[in-house]
Design a protein around this ligand. Structure first.
Ligand code: GTR
Length: 326
């Protein structure tokens, strides 16, 4: 290409760009995420950003910061409520203290399988919980998968009694503290990013998470006994700060919601694939897996958790609605 042609091409591109977006209209949104770039959540957020950029002609540019570049989850929740983080992908547990109804989805041994969970979060129960979060400044656009969480420890655990007195890391949520106490363990709330070194140094005896996080954090190197307790299926949300949301017109709100839901379909596919991949990787990396085939003794120990968190009329009704969802 001659110099002149290049200049013309650049000028034409600039005109096209300026038609689709003027600098005063363009918005760049900062997005929080705890996971590394190749994780299903991160890829879902990247897809969300691409769709929004395309469909808004680059008027709304979403920039996800992966790998906890913008801090750990508790700080990120506060920043989002203050409006300094515009969107994020959050696990529901650290939101428990912000909107009590979110606790329902964290409850142990509640979901029959992943289809059951999808029907619940994509239906009226999900909407009701999302409405509570919106009042707390967090607008849920879509629900992402986070699989089932299981226990992993530095010493083998095959039955609940083995956990007695063990220091187990939990997310910062009262329900998780009570859940771990009900199992006889000693719950230790800690940010996700501090778990590896605490397991390594022996400050913790164990933690709990899904296969992909057990793998991506390399916790399997320092707590190699994984027992498939699958005690909670707490899901995650892709959300926008209420401050941003209120400034959008209806067309843009729809654009964002549609893009978020499409990204969730994609994330759920990636999630299902990654669960298997991660399991293979940790086993190759030395993890010792104990299959828990009978979860009844574990579930039976959860009565105090249900008594405390699922007995007021609203919670009891939500639990019933969830159990009846087919
Ligand atoms: C992961 C989840 C994160 C975070 C983490 C944790 O499975 O995706 O958002 O909640 O667990 O245990 O802190």
């Amino acid at each position: 290409m001659t110099r002149r042609l290049i200049t013309l091409a650049v000028a034409a591109a600039a005109i096209v760009f300026s038609w689709s977006v003027t600098p005063s209209q363009a918005q760049e949104w900062r997005g929080w995420n705890i996971h590394p770039p190749d994780y299903p959540v991160s890829q879902g957020m990247d897809r969300f950003a691409e769709l929004v950029a395309q469909r808004s002609n680059n008027r709304i540019r979403l920039r996800p910061y992966h790998s906890a570049q913008l801090g750990q989850q508790d700080e990120a929740i506060q920043q989002m409520r203050l409006g300094s983080i515009d969107f994020a992908e959050f696990n529901l547990s650290p939101l428990n203290n912000l909107a009590a109804s979110t606790q329902v989805l964290t409850l142990p041994f509640l979901f029959r399988d992943v289809d059951h969970l999808h029907k619940v979060v994509d239906g009226p129960v999900g909407d009701e919980i999302a409405a509570d979060l919106e009042k707390a400044g967090i607008v849920v656009l879509a629900w992402y998968d986070a699989g089932a969480r299981s226990m992993y420890t530095r010493r083998p655990v095959t039955k609940p009694e083995d956990l007695k007195g063990m220091k187990i890391r939990v997310q910062t949520s009262d329900l998780w503290i009570d859940l771990m106490r009900a199992l006889g363990a000693n719950p230790t709330p800690l940010p996700f990013g501090e778990v590896y070194t605490s397991l390594q140094s022996g400050v913790l005896d164990g933690a709990e998470n899904n296969w992909p996080s057990y793998e991506s954090t390399r916790h399997f190197e320092v707590a190699k006994y994984f027992a498939t307790t699958e005690h909670s299926n707490v899901p995650e949300v892709l959300a926008v700060s209420a401050t941003r949301w209120r400034r959008l017109n209806d067309a843009d709100k729809k654009l964002l919601k549609d893009a978020a839901r499409e990204s969730a379909t994609y994330q759920r596919q990636l999630w299902a694939e990654r669960e298997k991949i991660s399991r293979d990787r940790v086993v190759k990396g030395g993890a010792q897996v104990t299959e828990i085939t009978d979860r009844a003794p574990w579930a039976a120990m959860m009565k105090p958790v249900y008594d405390k968190y699922a007995s007021d009329p609203r919670m009891a009704k939500l639990v019933e609605q969830i159990r009846e969802t087919r």
